[in-house]
Structures are given as structure tokens and as C-alpha cells.
Design a protein. Structure first.
Length: 101
């Protein structure tokens, strides 16, 4: 199992609408690519939230090939849709991990 983790800091003024969009539009679109089996949204705690909350979205992939397919065929388009909708009101950091146990 592999995890594609996207950590996102969202400006406070869009946080509620962004979270709804994430749950109702973005994650379903990512999952419709069939590259991931499911997704989990986590909110980071014990960090400075004065400018807005920080979330980690973890997408589970059965293989590195499935992740690679997502990056090659879908990621750029879906990232651009995010920027088109929210502009610079968020920043994202991405990582790819292998589940060890």
C-alpha cells in the first residue's frame, strides 16, 4: 500500500468553503481517476492556525504504478482546477510514502 499525502494550509477566509469543496468535489474527482482506493482528511493539531487551518489529505494507492498514472495523466489538470478556484489562498506540499506495516 502507498500513500499520496497532500498537506495544505488554507487561509481562514476560505477555510469552510474550501473544506466543503474538498469533500464534495475535489476528492470525488481524484477518486474517479481509479488511481486511489480511498482518501482520508486529517486536520493538523498543535500548529499555528492564526492564518488558517492545515489539513493533510491521504490518498491510498495499491501500487506505485497507480500513483504514477495519477501523476502523469491527472495531477496537473486537477491541481490547475484548484488554483483556478482558490488562487493563492492556499499552499500545498505533497509527498509519496510506502506503508511499512
Amino acid at each position: 500500500m502507498f500513500i499520496y499525502n497532500v498537506t495544505i494550509k488554507v487561509k481562514e477566509e476560505i477555510a469552510a468553503n474550501w473544506l466543503t469543496w474538498l469533500q464534495e468535489e475535489h476528492i470525488p474527482e481524484v477518486l474517479q481517476t481509479d488511481c486511489f482506493t480511498d482518501a482520508t482528511i486529517l486536520r493538523l493539531l498543535e500548529i499555528d492556525d492564526t492564518e488558517g487551518p492545515t489539513y493533510a489529505i491521504q490518498y491510498k494507492a495499491l501500487s506505485k504504478a497507480a500513483y504514477n498514472l495519477y501523476i502523469e495523466k491527472h495531477a496537473a489538470h486537477l491541481r490547475q482546477k484548484s488554483f483556478d478556484k482558490w488562487g493563492d489562498a492556499f499552499i500545498a506540499f505533497r509527498s509519496f510514502m510506502e506503508v511499512v506495516n
